[in-house]
Ligand binder design. Sequence first.
Ligand SMILES: Nc1ncnc2c1ncn2[C@@H]1O[C@H](COP(=O)(O)OP(=O)(O)OP(=O)(O)O)[C@@H](O)[C@H]1O
Length: 258
Amino acid sequence: MDLINLRILDVLDIVLVAFLLYYIYKLVKGTAAINIFIGIVIIYLVWKLTQFLAMEMLSSVLGEFIGVGMFALIVVFQQEIRKFLLMIGSTNFGRRRKFLRQLKFIRDTPEDSLTNIKAIIEACNSMGKTNTGALIVIKRNTSLDFVKTSGDEMNIQVNTPILESVFYKNSPLHDGAMIIEDNHIVATRVILPVSNSDSMPLRFGLRHRAAVGITEKTDALALVVSEETGKLSYIKNGEFVIYKTQEEIIEKIKRDLT
Ligand SMILES: Nc1ncnc2c1ncn2[C@@H]1O[C@H](COP(=O)(O)OP(=O)(O)OP(=O)(O)O)[C@@H](O)[C@H]1O
């Protein structure tokens, strides 16, 4: 019985390690950190091999290196570790929020705090038609106060004409990003942290890099209307989300916000 239990735990152990490695790979894929990650995996495998072959000296040298290397790793992978923890934390929060909402179904979230995604996407599409650039960030769990202060704080309920007029080229508010929290525009002209990921195609400029940057550092969602092409991009967890139709992007954002 013990043996069977042990085997099941072993399988679980391997599956969990595989998941962990997969997520780490996903986080560092396309960044300069990928080479460091591969280097570490190689050193670790060599260390394990030297242990297995009982090569005492080499194994103790590599063991020391890996022990100290842990601290170096935290420094080198600071951004990735942050993103990873955020990913884990925000998934749990999302579920908990959904669960709580189901529990208190009678006193559900007030209508006006459910973000009007349809209005946002309609505004983005109409801005796209006139090649009006826009950058909209929608808050989820992580606070965006650290960027909000760089812009002009406000409190206006989301609706299509307001969004369009903010990003209208001659509007004094059109520059920078807009932040939306619980269906309210809470800041405009916000300066976002720019991503330095080298996996982004060169054709994307600062607006797209800023959208990727904020979604790497927080769990927020970002929408970008390109001034050059009019195309709408949806960015989550530092990556461009693929969609085909307007209905599909609305559904995806709604799902990501619950
Ligand atoms: N760090 C930032 N935070 C917020 N907004 C920014 C930031 N950097 C640039 N922007 C916005 O992006 C605009 C310039 O975008 P740029 O042309 O470099 O981007 P792009 O990704 O090529 O987009 P587009 O396809 O619209 O040209 C700026 O006028 C500004 O409004």
